[in-house]
Design a protein around this ligand. Structure first.
Ligand SMILES: NC(=O)c1ccc[n+]([C@@H]2O[C@H](COP(=O)([O-])OP(=O)(O)OC[C@H]3O[C@@H](n4cnc5c(N)ncnc54)[C@H](OP(=O)(O)O)[C@@H]3O)[C@@H](O)[C@H]2O)c1
Length: 244
C-alpha cells in the first residue's frame, strides 16, 4: 500500500505508543485521526504534531467501551476525510488484577476496552474499506497473550482474544482487507513500575533491553507498505521475550 494521501485512524493516539504510531504514519504522508478518552490536551498537541508533517489531523473523544461512541467517531472520520484506509487498534487499559481478587466490574472493563473495543472499530471501518476495495487493520496485542501473567489475567485474556480476533477477521475480510497484529514486549513501562520490576521484565528478554515505540512503528510500516501479501500474522516485537 502506498501511504501518501491515505487516511489512518489510530486509537489511543494522544500519548505514548499510539502517538508514536500516529506521527510515524503522518511522516509517511497519511492523514491521521486519533482517538483519546481522558487526554484531551495531549490529543490536541498530537494533532498539531501530525499537522507539522503537512497532512490533516483530527482528535476524537471516544470511550471504546461504548459502541455508539465508536460508530460516531468512525462516521466523523469519514465525514472529514471521505475514506478510511488504515485502522490501528492501540488504545488499551492495563492495571493489576490479582486473579483471586478480580471483580466482575474490572473483568468487564478490561475485556471491553482491550477486546470488544477493537472489534467495534473493526466492524465499523470494514464496510468502508470494502467499498473502497482495500484496507488494512493492525491490532496491537501483547506477548502476554501467549504467556499470561497471573496478576493481569483479564488483560491477558483480552489480548489473547484479540489474537484470535485478528486471525478471524483476516479470514472474514479477505481478500480486500488485510488484518495483522503486533505483539510488543517491554517498550514503554507503565507509570509506577519499580526499578526492580523493570529490571525483571528486561531480564526476561533475550536482548536484555527495552524496545522503543519506533521499533513498533517500523513493524507497522512493514504490514502497511512492506507487503500486501501478509494477513492473519502476529509479529512479536519483543526483544526475544517469547523465546526467553
Ligand atoms: N507500552 C508497552 O511497553 C506495551 C507492551 C506490550 C503491549 N503494549 C500494547 O501497545 C498498545 C499501546 O501501549 P501504551 O503503553 O501506549 O498504552 P496505554 O498508555 O496503556 O494506553 C493507550 C491509550 O488507551 C486509551 N484508553 C484507555 N482506556 C480507553 C477506553 N476505554 N476507551 C478509549 N481509549 C482508552 C488511553 O487514552 P487517554 O489517555 O486519552 O485516556 C491511553 O492513553 C496497547 O494496546 C498495549 O496493550 C504496550
Amino acid at each position: 500500500m502506498k501511504l501518501k494521501g491515505k487516511v489512518a485512524l489510530v486509537t489511543g493516539g494522544a500519548k505514548r505508543v499510539g502517538k508514536a504510531i500516529a506521527l510515524g504514519l503522518a511522516g509517511r504522508g497519511c492523514h491521521v485521526a486519533i482517538t483519546y478518552r481522558t487526554s484531551g490536551a495531549e490529543a490536541s498537541a498530537a494533532v498539531r504534531a501530525i499537522q507539522k508533517h503537512r497532512v490533516k489531523g483530527l482528535a476524537l473523544p471516544v470511550d471504546q467501551r461504548e459502541g455508539a461512541q465508536v460508530r460516531r467517531a468512525v462516521r466523523a472520520v469519514l465525514s472529514k476525510f471521505h475514506r478510511i484506509d488504515i485502522l490501528v487498534n492501540s488504545a488499551s487499559s492495563f492495571y493489576p488484577t490479582p486473579w483471586d481478587q478480580v471483580t466482575e466490574a474490572q473483568w468487564e472493563d478490561l475485556l471491553s476496552t482491550n477486546l470488544t473495543g477493537p472489534w467495534r472499530f473493526a466492524q465499523a471501518v470494514a464496510p468502508i474499506m470494502k467499498r473502497q476495495g482495500s484496507g488494512k487493520i493492525i491490532n496491537i496485542v501483547d506477548v502476554a497473550a501467549f504467556s499470561p501473567w497471573p496478576n493481569y489475567l483479564p488483560y491477558c485474556a483480552a489480548k489473547g482474544g484479540l489474537v484470535t480476533l485478528t486471525k478471524g477477521l483476516a479470514k472474514a475480510l479477505a481478500p480486500s482487507i488485510q488484518v495483522n497484529a503486533i505483539a510488543p514486549g517491554p517498550i514503554l513501562f507503565p507509570p509506577g513500575l519499580t526499578t526492580r520490576e523493570k529490571k525483571r521484565a528486561l531480564d526476561r528478554t533475550l536482548l536484555k533491553r527495552v524496545g522503543s515505540p519506533e521499533d513498533l512503528v517500523q513493524a507497522i510500516l512493514f504490514f502497511l507498505e512492506g507487503s500486501d501479501f501478509v494477513t492473519g500474522a502476529i509479529l512479536p516485537v519483543d526483544g526475544g521475550r517469547l523465546l526467553a
